[in-house]
Design a protein around this ligand. Structure first.
Ligand code: PMP
Length: 385
């Protein structure tokens, strides 16, 4: 049978779900150049404004001079260079754990960790709204895979109690990437500890942002010491690229043996690790970035609510505006772009049917006047639902 790609693509276009990258002609920062025009950028995950920070960029440049631009091999062959080692040690200390292990992307960290920890005969429990990489890992793992209602600890406890699997692993986003709300970690830990299950938290959007020192969701909720498997990414608040899993010495040794996305891939360039050492240090020691970001979050929420837009239950830099209809979300995103403001429309299947939204993300790189311009553009294009 031939591959009828045209029909598949046409169907996607007809449903207003055709995906296309936006071509950016400049670095990630408070503004972005698109189609030769400068726009305010409210799409990025650069929550602390570190992606273009001069000290982080200088560290990257210096390390590229010293270490070259490629690591040349996987960690276990000869790709594990001194900056990788230093970053793993710094991430372990920052997250309050014995050790940390670098992966080249968050997607790979999730696939690697979950498939290393559970397989046939085991059970995996995930929040329905978990990131795609976690869901994919679940399918790949071969474990019995159950999903529970979003942020519903009672539903999880019920599923755990009914399972007689060997090993039980519960996985949740710390901060949900398309909703911005936080998982109820203490309630999950109570359920896990009652049932001998482990909890893994994907804190891609909490690390750097939550807690006074940017140590993430588990610290912010006062349960850090109880979370056995902590995953964070470097491409969001820390402004670079890559990811890590942190935990006990035995957990990390297990991942080194069994996480195939660690073993069979080239280590990130050492310059990325060296730049992240600097951005991690800044994230920790410059709480004014978080204070400014939180003030912007409050300013945006107040303004958008006054305009009658529907916001979600989020106190993080992810501040989605719920629209509902795919076409309406796309139209609002385009109207904002015409006003020089970039906000991406997120449609199913990334979010549930009927819940298309504009995913507004705020950054410490923004100014109060930038948020006011976004609100002004939203007022002009009022699409209140
Ligand atoms: N987990 C979550 C919750 C994410 O939002 C993302 C990225 N969008 C990832 C994992 C994947 O991380 P990376 O971009 O480093 O592959």
């Amino acid at each position: 049978m031939a591959f009828d790609l045209t029909a598949r693509l046409d169907e996607r276009r007809a449903r207003q779900r055709f995906r296309q990258p936006t071509l950016m002609d400049g670095p990630c920062g408070r503004t972005a150049v698109v189609d030769g025009r400068e726009h305010l950028n409210f799409c990025a995950n650069d929550y602390l404004g570190l992606a273009g920070d001069p000290e982080v960029v200088a560290a990257f440049r210096d390390a590229a001079d010293r270490w070259g631009v490629g690591s040349g091999a996987s960690h276990l062959v000869c790709g594990h260079q001194r900056p990788h080692q230093q970053l793993e040690e710094a991430l372990a200390a920052h997250t309050g754990r014995e050790r940390a292990l670098l992966f080249s992307t968050g997607y790979m960290a999730n696939i690697g960790a979950i498939t290393a920890l559970v397989g046939k005969g085991d059970a995996l429990f995930q929040d329905r709204l978990n990131h795609a990489s976690l869901l994919d890992a679940g399918l790949l793992s071969g474990a019995r895979f159950r999903r529970f209602a979003h942020n519903d600890a009672a539903a999880l406890a019920g599923q755990l109690a009914r399972s007689d699997a060997g090993r039980k692993l519960v996985v949740t986003d710390g901060v949900f990437s398309m909703d911005g709300d936080q998982a109820p970690l203490a309630a999950y830990l109570d359920a896990c500890e009652a049932d001998d299950a482990w909890l893994m938290v994907d804190d891609a959007h909490g690390l750097g942002v939550l807690d006074g020192q940017g140590r993430g969701t588990a610290f912010a909720q006062g349960v850090n010491g109880r979370v056995p498997v902590y995953m964070g990414t470097l491409g969001k608040a820390l402004g670079t690229a890559g990811a890590f899993v942190a935990g006990s010495n035995e957990l990390i040794e297990t991942l080194i043996q069994f996480a195939r996305t660690y073993v069979y891939t080239t280590a990130m360039p050492a310059a990325v690790a060296a730049a992240t050492l600097v951005s991690l240090d800044k994230a920790r020691r410059e709480p004014q970035r978080r204070a400014h970001l939180n003030a912007l979050i409050q300013r945006f929420r107040r303004g958008a609510a006054e305009l009658g837009y529907t916001l979600m239950d989020s106190d993080t830099p992810i501040q989605p505006i719920l629209i509902g209809d795919d076409g309406a979300a796309l139209a609002l995103s385009r109207a904002l772009a015409a006003h020089g403001v970039l906000v991406s429309a997120i449609r199913p299947p990334t979010v549930p049917e009927g819940q298309a939204r504009l995913r507004v993300t705020l950054s410490a790189a923004h100014r109060e006047a930038d948020v006011d311009r976004l609100l002004g553009a939203l007022e002009d294009n009022a699409c209140r639902v």
